[in-house]
Design a protein around this ligand. Sequence first.
Ligand code: IMP
Ligand code: MG
Length: 207
Amino acid sequence: MDSQALSRDSRIERVLIPERRIRERIEELAAEIAADYRDRESLHIVGVLTGAFVFLADLARALRRAGAPPARYYFLQAGLYGNSVKTAADEALPSTVRIGPAAGESGELAGRDVLLVEDILDRGLTLSRVCRHLTEEQGVREIRICVLLDKILTAPPPEIAALRRALPVKYVGFSAPDRWVAGYGLDAAGLLRDLPCIVALRESAFR
Ligand code: IMP
Ligand code: MG
């Protein structure tokens, strides 16, 4: 993408991960996943909407190229109630995760091992809630999580650190700094999901 055009956008501070690097990393992740699941008959992949739609679209095709077992795809919607751009100061604020139209409602995921794909792990509230939903309400047997980004929190409260530690995160694309990022599916107040790269935002532009 034209970095001149990006640098003219006053909401964007800088490119954190360029498009090419994302593409390379997805091939690596797909190879790793394909190897780990090579003995399986099939894969059951659950994507978390909305943010994971770009990542999963690319990962799905990379998995096929990597020779992964045949995969079925399911989506559920999960979202945090609250502000549209979080800052480090919001860390301790409780948020509620709502689960929307859910994957595998007809019981297809019961007893299955699921690869759960999400755009970013931040405080872990969304993934914890989604895991609980998949396990308790859909009867999923085992969950492995794949995130494109893992946000390295600077000073998480102990309960957030514990929540994150408890998650079965097996595949991570990149570490991200503890700030608001956007692009490649991730939004800034609903926008910028269509950027082909990951950018750091100027949070002041969203106040
Ligand atoms: P968590 O529940 O605190 O881990 O936050 C994860 C969810 O919040 C993800 O599903 C994202 O949709 C969203 N999110 C967290 N951090 C960012 C960010 O920096 N940019 C865009 N979305 C984010
Ligand atoms: Mg999300």
